[in-house]
Design a binder for this molecule. Structure first.
Ligand code: C2O
Ligand code: CU
Length: 542
């Protein structure tokens, strides 16, 4: 059987939003980009041809690529970028996940417009969905739009050392919707038949935000998250962090009419500026009826409704049935405690240094601000090239203190720059405890691990308590995700079995925190019977 082969041409294309036109980077001229449809067990090839002006890489978010990190995509982690004019054929193996995932650029801020859904159907001739098959499937890609070129927004932030300019709109399937100027005619519309069910394959592709999403007068029944099935959870809104995906069924069971779907930002710290606009789309019933003049508005939780955000997230459970067993590691062999902080670093070079007190903003894990190496870590690891990275990412924070106290020791404001990774023996049972801190500003962080999904066994607001909190862990049916929201000034514990050898990026999925250095790398060493495959011949050169 010939594997399916796709072509991704990275090209600029003109798009008009909010009455202003600009050129954006796209795949095949499309925004959002083309959806990939595959079945569990498939292997596909995607040839990425860079016809743009910038270096680029493409990542398959949530796809484990077991033993084959060469296709994973993050620049300077598993490959060097594909230069303008260059090509790279990526092999993508779908061996464990089922549901919605997505692909996106993993170099600078290109992913603002270079992204699209990946839909993994159940195995051909397999058991099918663990819920009744919906009539229609609809991708819903949530995003963010800047009137300016996003590369300029990023450059300005790097030069100023301050917060990047916030977006001008949120989008649903590439459209801001009719509450903004000049986008009424292009608002995304979903036409539905009364009595039918719609599987919404929702992706949060926004660069820097956690979002609330809901549909007026309708509930959503969540049946999957991050490419893994859940116990059905019915709710009138969802919380979805940057990087996360949710499969939810919409039952068209209301009166013939039209209804808004909408998304807006959730932030537990509204004093850090954010895009406070609301993006809309329309659900319209088919039929002959008199439509009300304006669609009814959905109930969206308020921006800083932390209870609403976290009560949804903590209600999610793995399906945990016979066919979808849960295997939470119990005897932990490798425990890592990591702080997540925003830092202020001394000015360097000719920046204007608009961070607090004439500094530049940075971010860190265990007080290390990650710096990209000059060649990719995977190549350095595979070919034993020394001096590219260090293996000293600390297992514990550099100081023991009250992380969420109002006044923290000044030493924590200043992080250390470095390219430090953590080595993990094959098959180790890993636990990571993330602790948000109050250094410079507390903020929620959607932490994402490549190459794995992990069980979210516990979380809480405030400081992690090593005596009390582990007693409350859910080891029975915790949610299985690849991206987890760590509350600002709170903690989250994840667990996974290190069965996928390779070099795997771990980072905050807010791109502004990613460029500030809130990331590290886990290298899962080879094990007997689980060797890294050799690289493909066309790896992009550095
Ligand atoms: Cu969605 Cu490192 O990526
Ligand atoms: Cu973050």
């Amino acid at each position: 059987l010939a594997a399916t082969h796709h072509h991704f041409e990275v090209v600029e294309a003109p798009y008009t939003r909010l009455c202003s036109k600009k050129k954006i980077l796209t795949v095949n001229g499309q925004f959002p980009g083309p959806a990939l449809h595959v079945h569990h067990g498939d292997t596909i090839y995607v040839t990425v041809h860079n016809k743009g002006r910038y270096n680029i890489t493409i990542h398959w978010h949530g796809v484990k690529l077991t033993g084959y990190p060469w296709s994973d995509g993050p620049e300077y982690i598993t490959q060097c970028p594909i230069q303008p004019g260059g090509k790279f054929r990526q092999k993508i193996i779908f061996s464990t996940e089922e549901g919605t995932m997505w692909w996106h650029a993993h170099s600078d801020w290109s992913r603002a417009t270079v992204h699209g859904p990946i839909i993994v159907y159940p195995k051909i001739n397999g058991a099918g969905y663990p819920f009744s098959k919906p009539h229609v499937e609809v991708p819903i890609v949530l995003g963010q739009w800047w009137k300016k070129d996003v590369m300029d927004v990023l450059q300005e932030a790097i030069i100023s050392g301050g917060d990047p300019k916030i977006s001008d709109a949120l989008t649903i399937n590439g459209q801001p919707g009719d509450l903004y100027p000049c986008s009424k005619s292009e608002t995304f519309k979903l036409n539905v038949d009364q009595g039918k069910s719609y599987l919404l394959r929702i992706v949060n592709a926004a660069l820097n935000n956690i979002l609330f999403f809901s549909i007026a007068n309708h509930n959503l029944t969540v049946i999957g998250i991050d490419g893994s099935y859940t116990k059905p959870l019915t709710s009138d809104y969802i919380t979805i962090a940057a990087g996360q995906t949710i499969d939810a069924v919409l039952h068209a069971n209301q009166d013939l009419n039209h209804y808004y779907m909408a998304s807006r930002v959730f932030t537990s710290n509204p004093s850090v500026s954010f895009d406070n606009t609301t993006s809309t789309a329309i659900v319209q019933y088919n039929g002959n009826y008199t439509i009300s003049s304006s669609p009814s508005s959905p109930q969206l939780p308020y921006y800083n409704d932390t209870d609403a955000a976290y009560s949804f997230l903590s209600s999610l459970r793995s399906l945990a049935d016979e066919e979808h067993p849960v295997r939470v590691p119990i005897n932990i062999t490798n425990r890592i405690v990591s702080t997540l902080s925003i830092n202020a670093l001394p000015c360097l070079g000719n920046r204007s240094c608009e961070g607090p007190n004439g500094t530049i903003l940075a971010a860190s894990m265990n007080n290390i601000t990650f710096v990209n190496p000059s060649i990719d870590i995977l190549e350095a690891y595979y070919n034993h090239i020394h001096g590219v990275f260090g293996a000293d990412f600390p297992s514990f924070p550099p100081l023991v203190f009250n992380f969420t106290a109002e006044y923290l020791p000044l030493i924590l404001e200043v992080s250390k720059r470095g390219t430090e990774v953590r080595m993990l023996p094959f098959n180790s049972a890993v636990e990571v405890i993330f602790q948000g801190t109050n250094v410079v500003a507390n903020i929620d962080h959607p932490m994402h691990l490549h190459g794995y999904s992990f069980y979210i066994v516990g979380w809480g607001h405030g400081n992690f308590d090593k005596d009390k909190d582990p007693k409350k862990y859910n080891l029975i049916d915790p949610p299985f995700r690849n991206t987890v929201t760590v509350p600002g000034n709170g903690w989250t514990t994840i667990r996974f079995e290190a069965t996928n050898p390779g070099v795997w990026f771990m980072h905050c999925h807010f791109d502004r925190h990613l460029v500030w250095g809130m990331e590290t790398v886990f290298i899962v060493q080879d094990g007997a019977g689980a060797r890294l495959s050799p690289p493909p011949p066309d790896m992009p050169p550095c």
